[in-house]
Ligand binder design. Structure first.
Ligand code: PLP
Length: 456
């Protein structure tokens, strides 16, 4: 379906010259979706007159649901005072206040906050900070960042260099230095028969092998999503994985960066996903659920002991104009208070368990579901041709993509990443706002079941 520019809503004028295609914008799949009218809670109302359940939280963003009154009020109040104050010219109560509240929720020692406007910027900030820390501490030979394949860390060139997903990164290889990758543990796709802990440890030990192969003096950091995002489909590593990774990083003096852009702010049932394993990284990247879609916001969290070294050596040579925008910080502060005071992490655990039980039942019913997995309300459903061998479906079937379209028609929004060659498997993400109720979980599962019946 294409809408064409003639369907622009009232009040939006057509340009004097003709638009070249269906829409003046050129986002992927643009022009094929209805215009948004309004949204509240888990519900989104299109100008097509239909109501959609947002079981994706947009792209795992809207953790506190849409139109949350407390967040809107905080933003409104900030807007009435100052909408922008450049960080080199003014301090901002909103930014300072949010930083203080965030530090309170971090593991001990992670006590300095560097604001940005999104996930890629947060990752980029970690990478550049790590490099400057190495230089400041006389370790200038260290610059390599080991990451995993598959993985996703963002779309800017630095974040893309550590992203393990070649369809996205390959065109840009000549423009950046590709970084070493190790395999992401995916127990289910590797047959699921090896002892889970042994499998996890074997994969963690691949980090040590990579460090030795690359030369320990050249390796600066390892970056990891504590629970996989859309590129792996909510892969939760076996219990000993993260602790072993921490040990290996310590052994070789390598910084451990946790990319909590998707997993942070309650999504997995704890404020940070790393809390599940009690592993403390050196740097954390956050975004998405941080201001929950109300405004662009992200952050790097770093320890004072590292920040001091970088500042003493001349300062952190990095920054973005919008960093610490007061409206974004006011939104983030209200979001974080909602998550903490309403204990939405606990709701993510409770509703996550209800949703997971429903997904498991669907797995019993539909043989082309090979695996359902996740943590809290970061969950995925994997489609396979054969459950015994975990043989993937032929890419031309586009099972996840078709399911997403069928569900959309039925008023259910679930998320998927176009797999392009099957590197990531074939899965959808089921990641509703953390405010979801038990009744809404049941409606979600009913609509998903209807969609699976239509896909069959
Ligand atoms: N890191 C992870 C784990 C992500 O899931 C994403 C986005 O999906 C990013 C980084 C990049 O964030 P953004 O799209 O806000 O730049």
């Amino acid at each position: 379906m294409t809408t064409g520019v003639d369907t622009l809503p009232p009040g939006i004028k057509r340009a004097a010259h003709q638009a070249p295609a269906d829409s003046y914008l050129f986002y992927q799949a643009h022009g094929t979706r209805p215009f948004i009218d309004r949204a509240e809670g888990i519900w989104m109302h299109g100008q097509d007159g239909k109501t959609y359940m947002d079981a994706a939280s947009g792209a795992m963003v809207c953790n506190v649901g849409h139109s949350n009154p407390r967040v809107l009020k905080a933003m409104r109040e900030q807007m009435e005072r100052a909408t922008f104050a450049y960080r080199l010219q003014f301090q901002s109560e909103a930014a300072e206040g949010l930083a203080a509240e965030i530090v309170d929720l971090m593991p001990a020692g992670l006590d300095r906050v560097f604001f940005v406007s999104g996930g890629s910027e947060a990752v980029e900030s970690c990478l550049k900070f790590a490099r400057q820390y190495m230089i400041a501490t006389g370790q200038g030979t260290r610059y390599k960042v080991i990451s995993r394949h598959p993985s996703y860390h963002g779309s800017t060139l630095g974040a893309l260099a550590v992203t393990g997903y070649t369809p996205l990164s390959a065109p840009f290889d000549p423009m950046m230095r590709p970084m070493p990758k190790i395999a992401t543990p995916r127990h289910y796709l590797d047959g699921g028969t090896e002892d889970e802990d042994a499998y996890a440890l074997r994969h963690a030990d691949m980090l040590e092998e990579a460090i030795l192969r690359e030369g320990p003096d050249t390796v600066m950091a390892f970056i990891v999503e504590p629970v996989g995002g859309a590129s792996t489909g909510a892969v939760v590593p076996g219990a000993p994985y993260h602790a072993r990774i921490r040990e290996i990083c310590d052994k070789y003096g390598i910084l451990l960066i946790h990319d909590e852009v998707m997993t942070g702010v309650g999504r997995t049932g704890a404020f940070l996903a790393s809390e599940h394993w009690k592993v403390v990284p050196d740097l954390i990247a956050m975004s998405k659920g941080f201001a929950a879609g109300y405004a662009p916001l992200g952050a790097m969290i770093a320890p004072s002991r590292m920040v001091a070294k970088v500042l003493d050596a001349g300062g952190y040579a990095h920054g973005h104009t919008y960093a610490g925008n007061p409206i974004a910080c006011a939104a983030g502060r209200a979001v974080v208070r909602e998550v903490v005071e309403r204990d939405l992490s606990a709701n993510a655990r409770i509703m996550g368990a209800r949703q997971m039980a429903g997904l498991r039942a669907l797995k019993e019913e539909f043989p082309f579901i090979g695996d359902v997995r996740g943590l809290g309300l970061l969950q995925a459903v994997e489609f396979v041709a054969d459950r015994e061998t975990m043989r993937v479906l032929p890419p031309e079937l586009n099972a996840a993509a078709r399911l997403v379209e069928i569900a959309y028609e039925k008023g259910l929004i679930v998320y998927f990443r176009r797999t392009r060659g099957g590197q990531s498997g074939d899965h959808i993400m089921v990641t509703p706002p953390l405010t979801i109720t038990d009744k809404e979980v049941d409606t979600l599962l009913e609509r998903l079941r209807d969609s699976l019946v239509a896909l069959r």
